[in-house]
Every structure is written in C-alpha cells, then in structure tokens.
Design a protein around this ligand. Sequence first.
Ligand SMILES: Cc1ncc(COP(=O)(O)O)c(C=O)c1O
Length: 389
Amino acid sequence: MGKYDRLPESPIALSDLVREIQEKKGIEVIRFDVAEPQFPSPKEALEGTIEAIKSGLTRYTPPRGLPKLVSAVCQYLKVTRSLDYGEEEVIITPGAKFAVYSALKAVLDPGDEVILISPYWVSFKSIPLMLGARVVEVRMKKPYGLDEEFLKGAVNSRTKAMVINTPHNPTGWVFTKEELKVVRDLAIDHNLFVISDEVDWAYVYEGEHVSPASVPGMHEKAIVIDSFSKVYSMTGWRVGFAAGPKEVIDDILAIQQHTVSAPATFAQWGCLKLLEHVVNDRTCIDSLVELCRSNRDYIIKELGSIDGVECPKPPGAFYLFPSIEALGIHSDVLVRELLSHGVAVAPGHLFGAEFKYYFRVCYALPKEMVVVGVNRMKKYFSMRTHSRG
Ligand SMILES: Cc1ncc(COP(=O)(O)O)c(C=O)c1O
C-alpha cells in the first residue's frame, strides 16, 4: 500500500472512467465534472508564448519567476483587488495548486491544525494530510455562508491557518466583506495565516469579489493565491502565483528553488503578454464571465424544475452543488448512472464525507454542450423518478 493511498481522491481521477465509457459506447460525454473552462486560451497568451519560443527564450527563469511577470502581477493585484504588494512579496508558481501546496508547507508543521470550510476543494484536505498536519472542517451554513460561531469554536492552540476560497469551489458562494472581517478578527486574535485562494475571482454575478487580504489588518496574515487557469481558460499552461508577507514568500521561494525551479519560461512570457493586454482591455474576461452567468441561470432554471433536486442560485464561480438528498440517490450511484446517459458530474463526497447526496456541476462550457448535457440529465432524473414511483 502506498504512503498516500488513503488521501481523498481528486475529481481529475474520473477522467479514466469517462474515457472508457466514450470508447465503449461511442458517445461524447458532456464533461460537467472537471473544474476547468472548456474554451480556447486568449490569443495574446498564445502569441506571447510562440514569440518567446521563436526568440529562443527557452532557458530557466529565476526561481521567483520572470521578473517582468512578477512586476506585472503586482500591478494586476492592485488593479483587480486594490492590493499593494512589492516584488519581494510575490512569486510565480506552476499553477495555483503548487502555490497552495507550498504556502501550506511554509506555514504548517506536523501536528498543526488548519481549518477548512466544508464542502471544500479536495486538495485543501489532501495537502495538509500529506504534510502530517490535521484538518478541521467547518461546515458552511445552509445553503451558503460562513458559520461564524462554528468557525470560532474550531480555533484552538494548535490552529495555524484557515483556508478561505472565494468565490468558493464547489458551492459558488462569494464571501462577503462582513464574513471576511470575522475571519480577520480571528486571524489577528489567534495569530493565524489565511490562505486565500482566489482562482475564480472574476466569476462574480451578484455582489463583488473581496480579497481577504484587502480587509484592513490582513496584509501580514493573508497569502493570496491565484492563477491563469480559470479566469483565462489556461489550465494546461501551469502558471499561477502567490502574494503575501515576505518571510512566507521567502519560504515558498526556497521550496520552489529545490523542487520545480520555476514554471516553464515560455508559458510565463505568454502570461506576461496577456497581463499587459488585460490592463487596458478586459474583454476576454468579461465574455467568459457573461457566458458562465447565462449558463448558470439556464441550468438553475432547468434543474429547479426537477422534483427532488435542490440548488439555490449561488452568486459566483462556475460550479453548482445540488443536493439530491430528497431522492435518496448516493452520489457514486448518480455518477455511474449519469455516465451511462453521457453526462459526467463529480460526486459530492469528494468535497467532504457528509456530502454524499450532493454532486458538483462545472458549467464553464459552450452553451450548446450545456443544453445537451442538461437535457440528458433531465431525461435521467425523469426515468429515475418513474422507476421509483
Ligand atoms: C479552488 C481551486 N484552487 C486551485 C485550483 C488549481 O488551479 P491551477 O490549475 O492554477 O493549479 C483549482 C482547480 O480546480 C481550484 O478549484
């Protein structure tokens, strides 16, 4: 048995099963299971990368990342979130996932506790467990929102950090300024770090994205993590970044130096060209966000018409996390049965053991695919309900 065999599985693991079904049945499965926008990457990023390769920019960058990209990220954080970071407080990483890993490694020692809001993105649990730390789960209020009392009760002398992911995967909740002030007060009173994962920051349909680091007093406590993956449909580029107190970023730099060195040089050049463009023209962000808003509204309306499927409209991200508790269908059964109808969704228990009657739908897909997928889901639920009755 491998050392990490008991870690919770990532939704990425479903891909093999989907491939098998596609080959066996010869149908195209609609992929609502993977947490990625299924659109082309922006042309500025593509052109910047191709240009870099053609110009021979194929050698190492410094471990902190391409200096011009570090500087562009400082400006990006200022423009998008009113955050002030110097270049020594920023590092470019191979995706947000490695930034989350190294930030947690930098702040946690074995035996320390980290608080997660559940349901949670699977790696927020697996990474601390790999580091020998303990995870304390604080369940979100139903349907959405921070449970202030529960959170306060979870802090003890072993607590070192809290993970706040806003907009939130898998529910789509967007944490409010008031909720983040509660997080700030706890972080300051108990000397805790807040790992602030903001990879979906632009996907907000009602309200606004507030970075926990922008709450007064949080500059020294928050470690902001973001990437190009979700907002720009660039999941395969593997470029992300972290910003935070210099001593934490110095530790992340040491981890990066002795593990991955830095993200691919030409991918960083593409990201730089993209950010230089985005400062003046946000069309590529706005068009993705508008498409996702329209998908969200469509799916909510259609799923809402199915008896036993419960999903209040969330204000952000590109996920829905419906409950099928009323139908009594375990999410593993749902995943298997929906797959045979040509639709892939992620089972709820991956996001916390108590969510076995939930499933996650990622709706950042072209509208035509969403319509086909939703129709297949409706057919499945109608068949399921009739066979029960
Ligand atoms: C909350 C959250 N953080 C981080 C990531 C990983 O992002 P990246 O592709 O930049 O590593 C994901 C991807 O699913 C995510 O949902």
